[in-house]
Design a protein around this ligand. Sequence first.
Ligand code: OXD
Ligand code: MN
Length: 600
Amino acid sequence: MPITQHLELNRWIDEMADMCQPDNIVLIDGSDEQKEALTQESVVSGEVLRLNEEKLPGCLYHRTAQNDVARVEHLTYICTELKDDAGPNNNWMSPAEGYRKAGAFFKGAMKGRTMYVIPFSMGPVGSPFSKVGVELTDSIYVVLNMLIMTRAGQDVLDTLGIGGDFTKCLHSKADLSIEKRLILHFPEDNAIWSVGSGYGGNVLLGKKCLALRIASHMAHKENWLAEHMLILGIEKPSGRIDYVAAAFPSACGKTNLAMLIPPEGLKIKGYRIWTVGDDIAWMRVDTDGKLWAINPENGFFGVAPGTNTKSNPSAVETVQKNTIFTNVLLNPDGTVWWEDGDGEPAPEGALDWKGNPWKPGMKDQDGKPIPGAHPNSRFTAPISQCPSHSYRTDHHHGVQISAIIFGGRRAHLAPLVYQSLGWSHGVYMGATMASERTAAQYGKQGEVRRDPMAMLPFCGYNLADYLEHWLRMGVRMRWQPKIFHVNWFRQDEEGNYLWPGFGENLRILEWILGRCNGELEGVKTSIGFIPKPEDIDMTGLDIPEKDMEKLFSIDPAAWKVEMKDIEEFFKKFGDRLPVSLWAEHEALGRRLEELGSEHA
Ligand code: OXD
Ligand code: MN
């Protein structure tokens, strides 16, 4: 009997099964019974462990292979007919070469295994904003994660009917060897092939591969935006909720901001935060000429270390049940632990993410601390379990976006917040976004990494065309969201952070909304509008006036150095970079010259 009613889907499953040669093919229907049976099967095989049923009900534990703990940007390719269409921002292979190279690794890779067929919807099932994918995988761990991260199962097949469009996503762990690992995207065929990995970002193909790389290509063709952004709603004392979308490079606290808890000083005013998404936003101009956004995901795939009741109490609450923990430390009582989490140091008998006995303070032969949890260890948890989760996450048209916020991690240059002078200047701000490497990242500390709109690793086509697309999208809107840049990480001369971060960031969001709603005037500077000091509500927060001044100071000499770096970055894209971004660059240069002469 054919596996589905969809002719092309059946044909493709047959073709992939011929290549991968699984022993069985099983359709994932989304039922609780099937999920439980698969969980039990993977517990028996040792792929996952059940955690303490009393303390962490429904939670599972998994360890990846030790060579397979993060996204592999150097093995991730965009396969287009023309190299220039992938752009200097991507690794490129021709589709023919991609299919040939990865095909050799897929050949017979599922022998002795089952191929699971997961129909999934990115976005609410049946929404005009949503896209359907079907992932074929030989990993139950992938199935269990996809059941949390996406809406998956029979209803998705029902909306697909007998001929609907879907992204063809093929995954095999194969033998997990790094020599045979490739993450390939074929935007012109609407297909993804991922082989040789079992790590989330490489194998949960709905996430980075479909919802960002393939979707950004679709969005370019279909006039919408697929972005690496959180979406959050801010409920005002009046009951009105305004939504913002914000892009930050990986590891800059997106999940924490998406689940922010208002500080006491603002809570008394009656503010509440609603989480719509923590990683990806799909945004369209609707018939009202406004920008509307959905979160295509249905769960969080968050970094565990650093998550605690102070940094993110909502995340801590979210992961108390039905959560999959990957590469964290395992306590002997079947609970989990990670660095900078809550609670006591791990007790006797704990096993680290590699499965070795572990005690706090352990060091390797070179005297370096051995972490209990891998720094990129993760939790996979349903969005519905988040105490701040918004009922609008299931709304087919999503939420209307009032502000777009770009952010980076800059010790000195960028003020706490500033607003663009208009849409194209805002696109320039996003295009020139950057972060400095911290001790936690590989590379030279302090070195600036440019990451336009936090999309550098995720834009599935030439980034110059992507920036042009952003400029054009502004023209399509009758009502453009205002664009801002924030920097929570500015430091004083001694290297102390000037701004406390966490919930206090709401004070800045309040100013941003005040600007969007025309309630507050800004101070125009050479780089954009900054707040009047009295317009940031500081109730209950004691920051010396001189530190507030430092948070907003603009150093023309430092900006000049920055502009040189931006120029080098822009040049990489040659003639394809939109001229209006060069025009914005020059205009900024002129404004800084004027400021410089005022300072002289
Ligand atoms: C993520 C990332 O995992 O951006 O979300 O790396
Ligand atoms: Mn991300």
